[in-house]
Write a new protein. Structure first.
Length: 194
């Protein structure tokens, strides 16, 4: 019985093999993709190991803030200090608040990460130096405002550097919602008390 199954298996295997017809090699030329702006790499001293990051960030207290009307609180997960969903019809935007030790690679790298999340090219340090700033509870904070008109997505955020940590406040989603919630987002930032 065993040999019959073995024989049938071998026959089935051989039946599926190539019959020895003419073989043709096909080659393709694929153009190289445009590279995104170079982002500086974080040094080991700047960026803690990822495996312990959740434990480190759990030690950061959640600041006080005033949540705008219509922002629906979401679960925080292990890394977030705040999470809200804003919907307008079938469009939406998500607001996230995160804190990390140090500068986690630097402001430019994080701005370019956010731009990449809405499929925009990275920017240079020279462009970043022209970004507006806002006072968030006494800390000079960089305001990030980017729209991808092709995809209809946008990001509005603030990077708040402190001595031991950096806080990231970000609203990202459909551009129409981000724009209509701009004033609420800025009021939210101004209400933050660390």
């Amino acid at each position: 019985m065993y040999y019959r199954y073995l024989f049938l298996s071998v026959v089935a295997l051989l039946a599926g093999c190539d019959k020895g017809g003419k073989k043709e090699v096909t080659t393709y030329d694929v153009p190289k993709e445009e590279s995104k702006a170079e982002m500086p790499m974080a040094t080991m001293a700047q960026q803690p190991p990822i495996h312990g990051l959740a434990e480190v960030t759990q030690g950061f207290s959640i600041p006080k803030w005033d949540v705008p009307e219509g922002w629906v609180a979401q679960s925080l997960g292990t890394m977030r200090k705040g999470s809200f969903l804003v919907t307008e019809g079938d469009k939406s935007a998500e607001v996230s608040v995160l804190a990390f030790p140090g500068d986690v690679g630097g402001v430019l790298q994080n701005v370019n990460r956010w731009r990449d999340q809405i499929n925009l090219e990275g920017i240079s340090e020279a462009v970043l130096s022209k970004f507006p700033t806002e006072n968030v509870d006494g800390f000079k904070s960089i305001i990030v405002d980017a729209v991808n008109s092709e995809t209809g997505k946008a990001v509005l955020g603030a990077i708040v550097p402190q001595s031991a940590a950096s806080w990231y406040f970000k609203m990202m989603g459909d551009a129409s919602v981000v724009e209509s919630q701009r004033d609420n987002f800025m009021k939210f930032l101004k209400s933050v008390q660390f």
